[in-house]
Design a protein around this ligand. Structure first.
Ligand code: CP
Length: 368
């Protein structure tokens, strides 16, 4: 069963096809109005959301399908009674043809996918990944800049916990000659596992705390919120929360065709006075999220057609132990992940696996 856990689950060719589908949906919405007649999407959100949940639900309804939802799954689902992610998913499989899930634990989407007989779409797993936001980002870049290469990309704000940042870098690192300027306070710098990926691929990046110095060089500026909910110590959040606030005078330093993105919600990191600037693309970005989610839902149904048909004929579901998930040639260690936000630290009975020194769920480094 094909699921989307990380943006790299999609090849660059597939991303290009998804862009084409999204552009066709924008041009010819009526053509797609019954594409998912009779299908049900479940939206399982164990964390708050406005854009992602509503755009998934609007996407499915625009395709003629219907939606069942647990919008506050952290409070309203049987997870409050201790039900595991794996069991929740096996139950929702009985009622829905596809599941979009957001969960605060890193690696939760992988656990969901490995226990699901229907496609899982990761709608955000803790501070780890948010691939469908990246698809919204990519469509916006495509529509504003017309290319994914030869760009100077500034990422500003909470680069440590900003899952949208991690997914966007993963996506853009597959296109040639992009350069990154990482603008963050010392405490919120990009995690090592992302920088190591960039180093391995020979991708150019620099780190700075100075937004004004960086901004004149940028083709794209991706602002992010300092994420209060990910801080252990509220005093640290208070210290860092106003690290950046992009104003009209900052924008005066930027190129005339710079594209200003933000996954939203914003708190105060972009002044509302910037909203009228033609370079401010963040509300378009939210709308693009709906078109890309429509394209992705269509693709996943198509890719899984054969498997779904065989299940409907009553073929028994078959859950494979994690060991069998294609790690041939990799160095595998069975050891406990020490990241308290990793699903394997919280849920019992998950295989504790490190592949080439990284936890398979949250990508944390194995302790020596
Ligand atoms: N960008 C984004 O994920 O927004 P929500 O948290 O509102 O879904």
């Amino acid at each position: 069963m094909r699921s989307i856990i990380d943006i790299t689950d999609l090849s660059v060719e597939e991303i290009s096809e998804l862009m084409d589908t999204a552009m066709d949906i924008i041009a010819n919405p009526a053509k797609y109005a019954h594409a998912c007649d009779g299908k049900i999407l479940a939206t399982l959100f164990f964390e708050p959301s406005t854009r992602t949940r509503l755009s998934f639900e609007a996407a499915m309804q625009s395709l003629g399908g219907s939606v069942i939802s647990l919008p506050s799954a952290d409070k309203a689902s049987s997870s409050t009674k201790g039900e595991s992610v794996a069991d929740t998913i096996k139950i929702v499989n009985c009622y829905a043809d596809m599941i979009a899930m957001r969960h605060p634990l890193e690696g939760s989407a992988l656990v969901a996918a490995r226990n699901s007989s229907t496609p899982i779409i990761n709608a955000g797993d803790g501070g780890h990944c948010h691939p469908t936001q990246t698809m919204a980002d990519l469509l916006t870049i495509h529509r504003y800049k017309g290319r994914f290469d030869h760009l100077v990309i500034g990422l500003c704000g909470d680069l440590l916990y900003g899952r949208t940042v991690h997914s966007l870098i993963n996506a853009m690192s597959r296109y040639p000659d992009n350069r990154y300027i990482l603008i963050a306070p010392e405490e919120l710098k990009l995690p090592d596992y992302v920088k190591e990926m960039m180093d391995e691929k020979g991708i150019a990046y620099e780190e700075t705390t100075d937004l004004n110095k960086a901004i004149p060089q940028l083709d794209i500026l991706y602002m992010t919120r300092i994420q209060r909910e990910r801080f252990k110590d509220p005093a640290n959040y208070e210290k860092l929360k106003d690290s950046f606030c992009l104003t009209v005078s900052n924008m005066d330093l930027a190129k005339e065709d710079m594209c200003l993105l933000h996954p939203l919600p914003r708190v105060n990191e972009i002044s509302a006075k910037v909203d009228g600037d033609p370079r401010a693309a963040y509300f378009d970005q939210a709308l693009n999220g709906k078109f890309m989610r429509m394209a992705l839902i269509l693709k996943l149904f198509k890719d899984n057609e054969e498997e779904t048909a065989s299940m409907k004929r009553g073929v028994t579901r078959h859950f494979v132990p994690h060991y069998d998930f294609g790690y041939k040639g990799a160095k595998i260690n069975i050891s406990k992940c020490t990241n308290p936000k990793c699903i394997s630290s919280v849920e019992q009975e998950l295989d504790q696996i490190f592949v080439n020194g990284r936890c398979i769920y949250c990508e944390s480094k194995e302790k020596e």
